[in-house]
Design a protein around this ligand. Sequence first.
Ligand SMILES: [Zn+2]
Length: 474
Amino acid sequence: MRFYVTTAIPYVNAAPHLGHALELVQADVLARHRRLRGHQVRFLTGTDDNAVKNVQAARAAGVPVREFVTANAARFAALREPLALSFDDFIATSADHRHAEGVRRLWRECAAAGDFYRRTYRGLYCGGCEQFYQPDELAGGACPEHGTEPEAVEEENWFFRLSRYQDTILRALESGRVRVVPEARRNEVLAFVRGGLADFSVSRPAARAGGWGIGVPGDPSQVVYVWWDALANYVTALGYGTGDAAYRTWWTDADERVHAIGKGIVRFHAVYWLALLLSVGRSLPTTIVVHDYLTVDGAKIAKSAGNAVDPAALVDRWGSDALRWWLLADVAPVGDTDFTTERLVRRANQDLAHGIGNLVHRTTSLVRRHRGGGVREVPGVGTNLPRQVDQALERYDFRAATRAFTVTVDGANRLIEAKRPWEASEEVDVVLGTLLHTCRVLATELEPFLPAGAKRLSRQLTGEASGPAFPRWE
Ligand SMILES: [Zn+2]
């Protein structure tokens, strides 16, 4: 099996926040889980450098755009270590020559397919979203994402014939050729497509973009619309425009092409991106996994709200295991989830310190005391854990996957209480062997979720380390 997984590429107008960490960790679990099962995996992330809002943020900060974008993109790339991410590639769309080449090739191919035309457009534009809104899509006259009033803009743009692809996109979504998970998000997209797809503008006057962005081939007065540019990253990073064999390997020939994204950009991925690929006759993604939003102490994560949470700072304080586990175990697939440090600590203590960590510590102590470590493993509790994890991740239900671990731990604890292996009996060898096997399965299966913690558990099981793998969080 060949598995390609990506995150969305965030704007670099501000530093990374907890919502970015959620998406990165989810994609990382998918990548690590497939590697553990012996699949071939490529995991891509990166940054969306070419947005006009990046230009505006740089100006507001009084820093040259290139310098500003490079510095912020580096902060996203630097999440790799604290969050224990295993991405294989990182694309910064303004700095990577593969990207501009690929975007220009896609543009020329769409043009050759007859999918572009030029027209004057008047509309309401949200700079935060970098998109035009219809009046009936606004909430009380304001952007539903940003709560700000969009700007009336009139300009000449290149338009893409999205309407041409309405039926094909609808069929792809209805048939499951392109899965959108969870169901609630799929239904929203289906309703949007059934409501009719209007052509959309895919370029901006270069002047309004401050000259930032990728020029439209053959039309220097325009730059490519940042969304058209950003979506392309999933194939430009594979060398779509440079003739790299990676494109065939990881896009055309992959068994699965999975995009992990946030709910605010479903339309771009499940509609516009499909249309773009259909226009140039390329394979579609197989799955679009959509996460909801996090709030922090009850408030929306936004720079303006002043409560942006720095994932690297949280890891400094609580460690990668606690943060990753909270993001995976506590965040609801649908509906906002509120982050508080109390919740993070409670979850880590309950599931990791008192749960998995305590079981492994108890088991290794018992084994050492009773048989000097010479116990043969006996399959029993936990045998089903790998299948349960597979099934949960097949549904992209990270919460269900983490629950399979706690259910296994509960089963092993019940066995301990029932069989009392500290009392000498004929069954001791079998009971300890069963517990040891359970711990081994737990440590192996935990690796995609908590790479650092799983390593400590394994070292404890081989006797290389003693002491709890998950000391209590205080
Ligand atoms: Zn907006």
